[in-house]
Design a protein around this ligand. Structure first.
Ligand SMILES: *Cc1c(COP(=O)(O)O)cnc(C)c1O
Length: 382
């Protein structure tokens, strides 16, 4: 423990640790249920350790809420879920090396194809279940060539060891106010997949992500692949509550020390905070080593005792300092909420993202492995 306090300080970070992420699995379940009502099939995207929330626990919560598929980006992520006993269908969306493809097949994952060479590998490794990907405008993975996409689907269907399961695309601008490019992508995908589905009945078409599904209200294809919304992150960067979503991650630490400052006293590297008047600082043992970006130096607020307080000075690897002013009544051991709710105040990942010029997804993904994840279930299931 910091300060050598055995077992932590009452009211401090849970489990007596310096910093912890508390994840509300009931919120993930409810968010999944809300999304599952909008789509015939819901595929919960749990890549990157479930956007930092913990892949195994969040997969179980999403499945309990109504997701029937999971998606990851890397073969090792599929393997992690299988090792934990997760039995649901897993779509492995990422580009794979041949070695990773072997691992993917060992994990019984569905894989995504956009080239004949990949199908050669797959065939050579004994086959598997495949989704063909059209690049309808993202300009990343997938083939832009509709004729090739058709030929790949036909080859898969005609090959004993291969099973044609799905046809997919990914949208580049679903979270932007101008819908025109997204609609053009959907149109392009729909005109490919419509006839394809006629030729291959039972084929699962999927294109929508969180923003596209929330924005349209109802899925236009067979399955939606949602990540951010499952965790209560608003893909539009606004208030997740406006979409009926609940943020699932709380990031907290504790007041490890209090420090009185006279005029001219400074705190932290580079003396980027110098007291202009007498004040008191709280030293909070969380920093960029935990995923709290250094960009937040002199540029964030935290919650202590239900009140917003300014983070001052430089965010260092292990600590930050918070200006309390004089006579705050804050004591050593009080919890500090970096991300989450305290009384009537809430700091969302959207708020922190705006301060850093990035998106909320990057905020939760950044919570580092040094921060233990602590799971709980708050609020009744509907
Ligand atoms: C990450 C990802 C998604 C999920 O996007 P969200 O905005 O988090 O819902 C869907 N499809 C693909 C291909 C992805 O890479």
């Amino acid at each position: 423990m910091p300060g050598g306090v055995p077992g932590g300080v009452p009211g401090g970070a849970p489990g007596g640790v310096r910093a912890a992420a508390r994840i509300n699995l009931a919120a993930i379940e409810r968010n999944s249920a809300r999304l599952a009502r909008a789509s015939p099939l819901l595929c919960a995207v749990v890549k990157a350790n479930a956007y930092g929330h913990g892949a195994v626990e969040c997969s179980r919560a999403a499945l309990a809420g109504g997701a029937s598929w999971l998606a990851v980006a890397a073969a090792a992520e599929a393997q992690e879920l299988r090792d934990a006993g997760v039995a649901a269908r897993i779509l492995l969306m990422g580009a794979l090396t041949r070695a990773e493809l072997e691992l993917a097949l060992a994990a019984d994952a569905d894989v995504v194809a956009w080239s004949d060479e990949f199908l050669d590998w797959l065939d050579g490794l004994g086959g598997g279940r495949v989704h063909v990907k059209l690049d309808s405008g993202m300009g990343r993975l997938g083939t832009r060539d509709v004729a090739l996409a058709d030929a790949l689907a036909a080859r898969i269907a005609a090959t004993e060891a291969l099973e044609l399961v799905g046809a997919m695309t990914h949208l580049a601008t679903a979270e932007e106010p101008d819908r025109s490019f997204m609609e053009a992508q959907i149109e392009r995908f729909a005109s490919w997949v419509g006839p394809l589905r006629d030729r291959h009945p039972g084929l699962i078409a999927h294109a929508e992500n969180s923003a596209a599904l929330l924005g349209a209200g109802q899925a236009r294809f067979d399955m939606a692949r949602c990540g951010g919304a499952v965790y209560g992150l608003d893909p539009y960067g606004g208030d997740p509550g406006d979409w009926g979503l609940e943020p699932a991650l709380e990031l907290r630490s504790w007041v490890a020390a209090l420090k009185h400052c006279e005029v001219g006293d400074s705190a932290g590297y580079g003396r980027r905070f110098v007291a202009a008047e007498p004040t008191e600082l709280a030293v909070v043992p969380i920093g960029y080593g935990d995923g709290l970006r250094r960009l937040l130096s002199n540029n964030a607020e935290v919650l202590i005792g239900g009140r917003r307080r300014a983070l001052v000075g430089t965010v260092s690897m292990d600590n930050v300092t918070v200006d309390l002013g004089l006579g705050s009544g804050v004591t050593v051991g009080e919890p500090v909420i970096l991300l989450g709710v305290d009384g009537r105040e809430r700091i969302g990942a959207e708020e922190i993202a705006a301060r850093q010029g990035t998106i909320n997804y990057e905020i939760t993904c950044a919570v580092s492995p040094r921060v233990p994840r602590d799971y709980h279930r708050d609020g009744a299931h509907p």
